[in-house]
Design a protein around this ligand. Sequence first.
Ligand code: ADP
Length: 334
Amino acid sequence: MKNLSIPPPADQGLDQTLRPKTWQEYIGQEKIKRNLRVIIDASKKRGEPLEHLLFYGNSGLGKTTLSHIIAQEMGASIKMTSGPAIERAGDLAAILTNLSDGDILFIDECHRLNKIIEEYLYPAMEDFKLNIIIGKGPMASTMELPLPHFTLIGATTRVAMISSPLRNRFGATFQLSFYGSEDIEKIIQRSAKILNVEIESDAVKLISQRSRFTPRVANRLLKRARDFAQVEGQGLITENMAKKALELLEIDEAGLEYGDRRILETLITKFEGGPVGLQTLAAATSEEQDALLDVYEPYLMQLGFMERTPKGRMATKLAYAHLGIKYKGNQNLL
Ligand code: ADP
């Protein structure tokens, strides 16, 4: 399975350079920030490690960044891993026993933890102990390993796939939502400063409109526009430069990329607008189901171009209008 929430290496470097390090730099998501500050202050006052936290929301919305800021605020070290990376109980034991009191363990894609590892995690999260089974068959015995009082921060793009016993062991759960255009504009301006590039305010607006309401995408587009402006222009990102860079990337006015448009087109031309099941749509578009669920659909639904109904995916009237295809009413619904 492709790892969808980890960006390609070029963007990983960009992520780190542009990653906010303080609450002030972390733009938007005000309610979450307020809540987290209270939780952090309270645990500091009690002199206790932070309770376990779960963040969910699309890739690139700032879950990893938040976790780093929390670690900084708590004066704690943070260790990063991901659900699929922890394959055996031994892997988990090695990670947990290497932590110190108050440390933060960040598990990205925690919906992809296997069931056996999850079972080991429950007592680790609740009672800070690990029950290791030594030997096999009738000779097997359990050894209880005490663990430091760590904080687990789980991040996921698919909260519904997290089993309820695991979900219940988090002290608080936060959903990161898509960003408003004002916040995305601020993020682009901040990133431009760090990248040391000048950008016109109209270009900021243009990039913001097409960045899928997502900071990581906004930063990626800014970087492409900067490359373009450096090669084709004087280095200043004008609206025209940004427009040309976006055209080259085939990103349209709604922020749809080629892949998004192909999914909508398939839905409309092959399936008369739907409803069509996820599996069928994935097969018809040669996309993985995970990519449809995690990457394409959240944004298409946010724009109101697609609906998920009990019978399957449907293209909306707005999607027809966006693609310039005449809507004759959905015959499948009659
Ligand atoms: P996730 O873990 O949800 O996939 P990240 O935390 O890695 O997302 O964020 C991706 C990048 O987007 C970060 O490196 C950072 O540059 C930028 N970013 C995310 N959230 C914010 C924010 N609230 N303010 C400013 N930049 C942000």
